[in-house]
Design a protein around this ligand. Sequence first.
Ligand SMILES: Cc1cc2nc3c(=O)[nH]c(=O)nc-3n(C[C@H](O)[C@H](O)[C@H](O)COP(=O)(O)OP(=O)(O)OC[C@H]3O[C@@H](n4cnc5c(N)ncnc54)[C@H](O)[C@@H]3O)c2cc1C
Length: 451
Amino acid sequence: MQETTANRERVDVLIAGGSIAGVAAAAALAQLGLRVLIVEPSPDQGRRLAGELVHPPGIDGLRELGLLAEHDGLGQKVQGFAVFSQGGEAGPQPMVLPYGEVDGKRPVGLAIEHTTLKERLLERVKTFNAVDVWQGARVTAMNSVEGGSYVATVDTGSAESELRVHARLILGADGPMSQMRKMIGIQYETQRYSGMMGTEVSDAHLPYHGYGNIFLNQVGVSYAYAIGGGRVRVMFEILKGADQKGSIAAHLAAFPDEFRREVQEAMMASKPLAAANYCIIPETTVKGNVALIGDARGCCHPLTASGITAAVKDAFVLRDALRKHNLDVTAALREYAQVCDQLQLTRRTLAEELREAFLAETPQAKLLKQCIFSYWKTSPQGRAESMNLLSTLNSSIIALAVQYAMVALQAFRLLPQWIKSNALMDWVRGVIGLLFKSLSFQYVAITQRVK
Ligand SMILES: Cc1cc2nc3c(=O)[nH]c(=O)nc-3n(C[C@H](O)[C@H](O)[C@H](O)COP(=O)(O)OP(=O)(O)OC[C@H]3O[C@@H](n4cnc5c(N)ncnc54)[C@H](O)[C@@H]3O)c2cc1C
């Protein structure tokens, strides 16, 4: 495209994507006095199965940015997780994991229907003086210019549609399947774990009120949590290559009778929503004047329900790095990448380990699962530390390595049980595996600290 003054736009920051990461970043960077333009393709937000449960650090962050207010009355309060395990590790009642106390207070999260949350955030950021939102527009190309920077081409969605947007900083906040990543040639590893199906029911028979209900099952994980307005979101995981009908039947069998009946009726009444669960690891978070943020920067299995909270944290890290380096984009992005990569490593490792423990059937995974539940049952401190890591309140890989070692030590408490069931050799194999994993975490933690 030939660039002229008529088709050129200049802003401080261009953000591709007006969902959680894009809006949080816009609000955070507006605080630095920067002029921000958000480009969001969806003219209106269709219903979508994606993040809804937001941990306390995410909710606090959205409030601090002026994007949510306590009196909004959106969603439903969440006090932590209630974990039901088909293997019986939790016992007849779920394992209840409240958020750990901070300064003597127990923080609360919120679960808000995804589209409602996304719409609310976008509407709120439109009221910010320093932020412009072009809805129905998208970034269609990224051209490299002198000095390794990029200029974006934006399809505005109107008649004379294309504009060249020059920005000191460009953010790719365009989700897990980011086109921005591709346009600037950032390679990434991707792994599709499973699909997800979701429906809504009334909150009358939610098995454990006030908490995110998680059901661990050999066919995958299912979730149920209140999203406000008397409604509950229910989601089932369908593992790659698994029989869908059989998986749904197995998930439903884990629910109490009345709740199961309601879910079955809802699934017959309307087509469930669907989504896919990926692990995506880009080779880098920044390139030139472009930074990836939110799911575009990398995502993992939604087991820990931390994608939204992590996206909000990214926005703060970026704001603080720009402030510290007096708006020097190169220096700030270097710091942003380093901090975010460490946060993401902890989040991804935790999700991977929990997924492995809850779904794999090796002696090591079985032992790890029993160790986790034994740790939670016997240590209130352990429950609080686990929730601090799950909710990203603590994102230190060292803390994760320490917690992993504490969990692994539970293997000795469980030894008599394994001997009784004639599985001593499996226990030995499991312990060797856990020990090896624990040492490799310590190594990663130490090398991260040295960096
Ligand atoms: C089934 C499922 C359940 C989940 N549950 C939870 C949960 O309970 N809690 C939690 O915290 N997280 C959860 N997550 C993760 C959470 O949904 C994501 O982490 C979060 O939505 C990421 O937000 P984002 O803004 O980075 O990306 P997205 O929400 O994916 O938004 C990307 C935006 O970019 C726009 N876009 C695309 N292309 C372009 C372009 N070329 N130019 C401009 N804009 C573009 C899109 O229209 C979209 O609005 C879940 C995910 C899944 C799949």
